[in-house]
Each structure stands twice: as structure tokens, then as C-alpha cells.
Design a binder for this molecule. Structure first.
Ligand SMILES: [Zn+2]
Length: 256
């Protein structure tokens, strides 16, 4: 299998790459620092230089890592089968380094789930701790209050990821200030197959959804956006359950 490791020169990447190589996977390692390419080659990975938080860079790196269409799976690791059959089995997977330092967020008396950043009493929130929830579908929202709004619809049985904000150039909020890296990290770790972009239907929410779609689509995930029909410029929090439930049900694949 071709495995795409972003932030491959970080602590987690350095640990992970040799393990993946040892298991016969073809590893493409992404690093922001060109001088670290040789280090990646030494670990057995094919290096590409790109920033893991830049959607264009990720898309380009993934595209450049595709097998030659003429030779098919000739670049696949030995022992994984050759030619077309191998190519069709190839699955792209992203594993981001986990962020070691956690940013201080909000009031110190409020604790956040270490997985999804919803409010939590312990390490995990009630939803992440509930193994009856579908772990393959993740609904991305801006704030913990949006989790409450979606839960009220009773239409969603997967898990959440709370960004703790939205991209706002005017207020100087970029992806680095949000829990985007943590989302990427979960995608590599948890076998997530669909991400529903459930950010607010206003300017910031749409910008955030577009950014995430462009970042996630190249990784081979299904990326969907809740249907329009919610009042534009509004807040999920104030949408009634029926409208929000329908918006979820009518979600569409995002073109990015
Ligand atoms: Zn959680």
C-alpha cells in the first residue's frame, strides 16, 4: 500500500516511517524543510517537500506521488503484487504528526476532549467514549455548542471534531489557530472515511469548509457539506432541529 506521511520528519514520523517500510508499504514522506529530505531517504521513504497545512501543497504532493499511469503500480513496494491489480488496491492514507504542545484554550476551568475538543469532564467527551458511535464518520463543527445543535436533531450517529473557531482573515484567525492539525492526525489514526463539514453557513464557516475540503479531498476521503436551506449568514446553534436535520440528511459531496 502507498502510505502518505505528512510531517514525516517529526518525532512521530521518524518512528512511523521505518515501521511502515518494514511492513512492505511504499512510503511517501512530506516535509516542510528541504534539507531533511536525505534523512527521509535514509529512513526508506520517498521525500516530497510541502507544508502539511497548505491544501495546494498537499494536493500537489499527493499527485506527484501517484504511480506512473503507463507503468501502473511499478513504484509499489515489492511483494504487494504488480500491475493494475496493485494499483487498484492502492489506498492513500495520511498520518500527520500529532502536535506535542497543546495550546491553552478558553477558560482554564473548562476541559476539552483530547480527541475531538468538545467540552469534556475527563480525557474524553461522552461521544468519543461511546463505542456505539460510528467512528468512520466525523462531523466537523466550529464550537461545542454546535455539537449540541447537531445532537438535538437525532440524525447523526458518528463522531465530531470541534475546530474551536473558524477561519477569519479579518480577525487574523488562520488554520494554525484551529484544531486542524488534530483533525488530520485523527484521519490517519482512526480510519475515518467521511468528513461532514458542518461549519456555520456564514462567510467564515464557508471559508473554513472550503479550506478543509481542499485539504481533505486529495487524501481520498468522502468530504460532504451540509445542504443549503439553512438561513445564510446564520448560526447552526439557532437553526431548528428539523431544518438542521434535513441539512445533514441532504448533505452533498464537495467539489474541491
Ligand atoms: Zn470527544
Amino acid at each position: 500500500m502507498k502510505v502518505f506521511v505528512a510531517g514525516a520528519t517529526g518525532a512521530l514520523g521518524r518512528e512511523l516511517v521505518p515501521q511502515l517500510v518494514a511492513r512492505g508499504h511504499e512510503v511517501v514522506g512530506m516535509t516542510r524543510t528541504a534539507s531533511k529530505q536525505d534523512g527521509l531517504r535514509a529512513l526508506g521513504a520517498r521525500p516530497v517537500v510541502a507544508d502539511a497545512l497548505d491544501p495546494d501543497a498537499v494536493a500537489q504532493a499527493v499527485a506527484s506521488a501517484e504511480p506512473d499511469p503507463v507503468t501502473g503500480g511499478s513504484t509499489a513496494a515489492a511483494g504487494s503484487g504488480g500491475g493494475r491489480r496493485c494499483q487498484s488496491r492502492q489506498r492513500l492514507c495520511a498520518i500527520w504528526k500529532s502536535q506535542v504542545e497543546k495550546r491553552p484554550v478558553g477558560s482554564q476551568r473548562v476541559a476539552f476532549c483530547q480527541t475531538c475538543f468538545n467540552v469534556a469532564e475527563g480525557d474524553l467527551c461522552g461521544i468519543c467514549a461511546d463505542d456505539r458511535r460510528d467512528a468512520t464518520v466525523v462531523c466537523v463543527v466550529e464550537e461545542p455548542r454546535d455539537v449540541v445543535a447537531v445532537e438535538k436533531t437525532g440524525e447523526f450517529h458518528g463522531r465530531y471534531h470541534v475546530l474551536q473557531g473558524a477561519i477569519s482573515p479579518i480577525e487574523g484567525v488562520g488554520p494554525e489557530q484551529l484544531r486542524v492539525r488534530e483533525l488530520l492526525d485523527r484521519i490517519g489514526r482512526e480510519g475515518i472515511s467521511e468528513v461532514i463539514l458542518c461549519t456555520n453557513p456564514n462567510l467564515e464557516g464557508e471559508a473554513t469548509a472550503l479550506y478543509l475540503a481542499r485539504l481533505l479531498k486529495p487524501l481520498g476521503l468522502r468530504v460532504t457539506r451540509i445542504a443549503s436551506g439553512l438561513p445564510v449568514g446564520g448560526d447552526l446553534e439557532y437553526a431548528d432541529e428539523l431544518t438542521l436535520g434535513r441539512a445533514l440528511e441532504g448533505r452533498r459531496d464537495v467539489e474541491a
